[in-house]
Design a binder for this molecule. Structure first.
Ligand code: HEM
Length: 213
């Protein structure tokens, strides 16, 4: 279905999508900070973000559940848009054209590029691992899991957070510095016609019905 655009902008995320994303982003920062503080004393100062060591230990798992719940909403919404297609594989083989901005040589891509899609699936896997291992570590006092299960959970929790933190660093770098003009999609909710046509031509045609502007 095409969208009628009077403002010269292309809608990309509505208000509820943006609120969901920023709840995930804020809870992620609080979790990464408190989690790093539990991981190594060098990061202990970060506990002050949540009101000290005791409050960090109490709040970290609860904030974790909030992040997972809101992320699950995003995962359901964007699942279909992140399925990897044959043109994505072709696009990723021509990285030198991507980096050198020779877009005419590239196959047209839809709402997300393959890098965004791979990161999306990395987020899904790490989020599920963090939830399951986190629940074991949190509820150990109640259910008294075998010690091996608790130890494996501790390692899985640390590894999954490490991968997710690295992934989010890449996500933030590309949103702010690499693909200029992306941030407004998650702040104002819209992108320019030029951005949409340049970075996501298939998506652009789908939402505008091929509008020229
Ligand atoms: C903290 C700083 C963050 C910034 C500045 C940021 C920025 C953005 C921007 C600009 C977009 C739109 C990209 C586009 O439409 O092409 C986006 C999409 C998205 N963000 Fe973030 N984000 C942040 C944190 C996070 C976190 C912590 C998560 C999840 C753990 C996350 C998950 C997503 C997802 C799933 C999308 C939809 C696009 C996709 O499927 O790849 N973001 N973000």
């Amino acid at each position: 279905m095409s969208i009628v655009m009077k403002s010269g902008e292309v809608p990309r995320y509505n208000a509820s999508e943006r609120v969901t994303h920023w709840v995930v982003a804020i809870t992620f920062v609080l979790l990464a900070a408190s989690g790093l503080a539990f991981f190594h004393p060098a990061f202990w100062f970060l506990t002050s973000l949540l009101g000290g060591g005791v409050w960090s230990r109490i709040l970290h798992p609860i904030i974790g559940l909030v992040m997972f719940a809101f992320f699950a909403l995003m995962a359901v919404r964007y699942w279909k848009d992140n399925v990897i297609k044959s043109y994505d594989r072709e696009w990723s083989k021509r990285l030198s054209d991507v980096i050198n901005n020779r877009d005419n040589n590239l196959p047209e891509i839809d709402k997300y590029n393959i890098g965004q899609k791979q990161l999306f699936w990395t987020m899904i896997i790490t989020m599920v691992l963090l939830l399951v291992s986190g629940l074991v570590l949190w509820r150990d006092m109640v259910f008294a899991f075998p010690v091996t299960v608790v130890r494996i959970s501790a390692v899985v929790h640390a590894l999954a957070s490490f991968v997710l933190i690295l992934g989010i660093v890449v996500h933030i770098y590309s949103a702010i510095f690499w693909v200029k003009g992306s941030m407004r999609a998650m702040t104002r909710g819209t992108v320019t016609h030029a951005w949409a046509k340049h970075h996501h031509p298939l998506w652009y045609r789908r939402v505008t019905g091929g509008a020229k502007k």
